[in-house]
Design a protein around this ligand. Structure first.
Ligand code: F6R
Length: 605
């Protein structure tokens, strides 16, 4: 989704900004632009990729201050006019903005009435004209930005550059901004990752902060005056983040799952006690014993991992648990019980709906723990405690290894709470053993010479694909459908298998592909009946099942997974589904790492 990068220092800004934009590419975008302070502000924008932007920027640019942006369209189509930066009418002010200005319509109307001519359809453009009005009235850049922000309703991470002033003004409200501190130079980014090659010393702006950034330092302000800020040292979590020998990040990340799971469970299981210890959770055994319920919140893949997690908590600990779509939960006036535990599940730690839900829960005096991949991300910092899932960088837009690690982390929590309650030590030991066996088991599924091409043949020209599963496999069906839909652009529907006969069965006709996830668990026999109901209507069954199970005779194309504990089976059964989506996407010539219209970090509500 939208990304911001900025620089002020001694070096030419343009190459630094372009490199920063490249590092933001993984978030997903549809247009990009850059503004560099030369004698006047030099502006370059384009629809498409950063490579397209590079073709329109001059080969040499001497300006040492600039701001740049990748845009993911919200208000207004994908056009060059709508790409950021946006400029004031006299071209003396440039603005880049992440987030949404909710009252842009009214403000726009009022500005038009004063003679302002808008060049774009964006909500952002009101910001630059409002700042321009304040500068014309003789205010300082800080005052002009502060007064403008007071008129806005919505969310922003914003960076402003004004001709004649050797500073960049930034502000944050609901959309992250990080300032990187160098020697005689400063960087601005919506995401810490692009800063890692320049500096490890950063300031995370808080909501309501305004920062005045010059070559020599940063001043931070709130609406009522100056405020302190904290410089923190961050590690580069991305390390070697290129594709290596893999053709795509998605395939690389699927293959990284065994190692990622090892990282997630390492040091967190206690073999002889048959327990787990999640050091980032400040939950005493007494509190765990008295929990009335657990609620987990997330979006997309994180939501499906949360659904597995909630089943694991009920199954292993017998504590009522619920998984919620973050945007719905937050806006449905939820009843919050401060004795309960809330989990925010997110790979990026930046998802706006999840972050908003966290704040809504905290506002009602309950604690939220993060189940997060990106260290020091907005949700991780907002929660203040939680479990890092340690998947390593996930750059393909479609989430893969984060799902398996979210499920692993939530199983660890389920084990910990179960052992604090009535789970016998022997059951705990069995769980620990099964968790520790998972990396090798996932490896074996990845390496299995399974019939992917036969399954792709069934899927690639399908009008729609139905995914079915029961129990722990119902959220896996949802995740498999999401993966295939987003990578291959095939309409997919996921249903708990027992619910299929109440509607989706109407879709089935001769040759319709149905993907069934049926490991050897308590639901297996009932799922066989559902398979037969589908086959009776001409459906072709792609079946994920446990090795050696005679259920194989019910499938047309079969994929096997090793046997494991019920609550861990999603970490195995999801792997063939990820690979199926990947290979089907390839067969249809899709951009598997950057599927159309999607963003990695969804920072709008
Ligand atoms: C699907 C996908 C999205 C994300 C969702 C939440 O492959 O990537 O559905 O899972 O946008 O993102 P995070 O986990 O970053 O909160």
């Amino acid at each position: 989704m939208c990304g911001i990068i900025g620089y002020i220092g001694e070096k030419p800004a343009m190459p630094i900004l372009i490199d920063g934009l490249r590092r933001l590419e993984y978030r997903g975008y549809d247009s990009a632009g850059v503004a560099v302070m030369e004698d006047t502000i030099a502006l370059h924008k384009t629809v498409g990729r950063i490579a397209d932007l590079e073709r329109v920027v001059p080969p040499v640019s001497s300006g040492t201050m600039g701001i740049a942006h990748t845009r993911w369209a919200t208000h207004g189509g994908v056009t060059e006019e709508n790409a950021h930066p946006h400029m004031s009418m006299d071209q003396s002010i440039a603005v880049v903005h992440n987030g949404i200005i909710e009252n842009a319509g009214n403000l726009r109307q009022r500005l038009i009435e004063t003679g302002i001519e808008f060049r774009s359809e964006t909500d952002t453009e009101v910001i630059v004209h409002l700042i321009s009005r304040e500068i014309e009235a003789g205010r300082t850049p800080l005052e002009a930005v502060r007064r403008t922000l007071m008129l806005l309703r919505g969310t922003w991470g914003v960076a402003v550059m004004i001709h004649g002033y050797d500073e960049v003004i930034c502000a944050r409200n609901g959309s992250p901004l990080v300032i990187g501190i160098g020697e005689g130079e400063m960087y601005i980014s919506s995401d810490p990752h692009p800063l890692s090659s320049h500096t490890s010393r950063v300031i995370f702006l808080d909501d309501g902060d305004i920062a005045v950034i010059s070559r020599s330092g940063v001043e931070t302000h709130r609406t009522d005056g100056p405020t302190d800020h904290m410089i923190v040292t961050i590690e580069d979590q991305w390390g070697d983040s290129d594709m290596g020998d893999y053709p795509h990040f998605m395939l690389k990340e699927i293959h990284e799952q065994p190692e990622a799971i090892r990282q997630c469970i390492s040091g967190r299981t206690l073999v002889s006690e048959g327990n787990a210890r999640l050091g980032g959770l400040s939950l005493s055994a007494k509190r765990l014993r008295l929990l009335p319920h657990v609620r987990l919140i997330g979006c997309g893949t994180a939501l499906y991992a949360a659904q597995v997690g909630r089943l694991a908590i009920e199954h292993l600990a017998r504590v009522p648990s619920f998984a919620h779509v973050a945007s719905e939960f937050r806006n449905n006036d939820p009843v919050i019980d401060s004795k309960a535990v809330y989990f925010a599940v997110s790979q990026s730690g930046e998802t706006a709906d999840t972050l908003a839900a966290v704040k809504a829960i905290q506002a009602k005096d309950a604690e939220v723990m993060g189940v997060i991949n990106v260290v020091a991300s907005s949700i991780a910092r907002q929660c203040g405690q939680g479990v890092y899932i340690h998947s390593g960088p996930e750059q393909a837009v479609a989430s893969t290894k984060a799902f398996t690690n979210m499920v692993a982390a939530l199983n660890l929590f389920a084990l910990q709470i179960g052992r604090a309650r009535d789970m016998p030590r022997t059951t705990g030991r069995t769980m620990v053993k099964a968790l520790r066996a998972l990396p090798d088991q996932v490896q074996s599924v990845i390496e299995d010479k399974a019939p992917y091409s036969a399954a792709v043949e069934l899927l690639k020209d399908a009008k729609s694909v139905l995914f079915l599963g029961r129990g722990f496999s119902a959220p896996v069906a949802s995740e498999g459908a999401l993966k295939l839909m987003e990578i291959a652009y095939i309409p997919c529907l996921a249903y708990p298998a027992g619910e299929m006969k109440h509607g989706p069965i109407a879709l089935l006709e001769e040759g319709s592909p149905v993907v069934v996830i049926a490991p050897d668990d308590v639901h297996r026999d009932k799922t066989i009946s559902n398979i037969e109901e589908c086959k009776a209507r001409g459906a072709r069954i792609i079946l994920i099942h446990t090795e050696g199970d005679v259920i194989a005779e019910h499938g047309d194309v079969c994929f096997t997974i090793p046997s494991t504990e019920e609550s861990l089976s999603p970490m195995l059964s999801v792997v063939p589904l990820q690979l199926l989506a990947y290979y089907t996407g390839l067969a249809l010539d899709r951009d598997v790492d950057r599927p159309r219209n999607l963003a990695k970090s969804v920072t709008v509500e």
